[in-house]
Ligand binder design. Structure first.
Ligand SMILES: [Zn+2]
Length: 73
């Protein structure tokens, strides 16, 4: 029996090198293997933010963000 380890590629915002990130590292910020610059954390699942947490998250995130806005009414 073999176990498949999913990896994802994140391009370094400083040098452009593609870094392989294992799915198990979701939400954890790593460093570029080439230039050691911090990489944006990988998010595979939607992250629910509130009116209080949205601005701090978006302003501190270095990678692209896809936002969906909704309300219960
Ligand atoms: Zn780099």
């Amino acid at each position: 029996m073999s176990e498949t380890v999913s990896t994802y590629r994140i391009a370094c915002t400083a040098c452009g090198t593609e870094n392989r990130i294992p799915a198990s590292k979701e939400g954890i910020s790593g460093r570029c293997g080439s230039c050691r610059a911090p990489l944006p954390p990988l998010y595979l699942h939607p992250l629910e933010l509130t009116d209080r947490s949205f601005d701090p998250f978006v302003s501190g995130y270095q990678g692209p963000i896809l936002a969906e806005f909704w309300a219960p009414w």
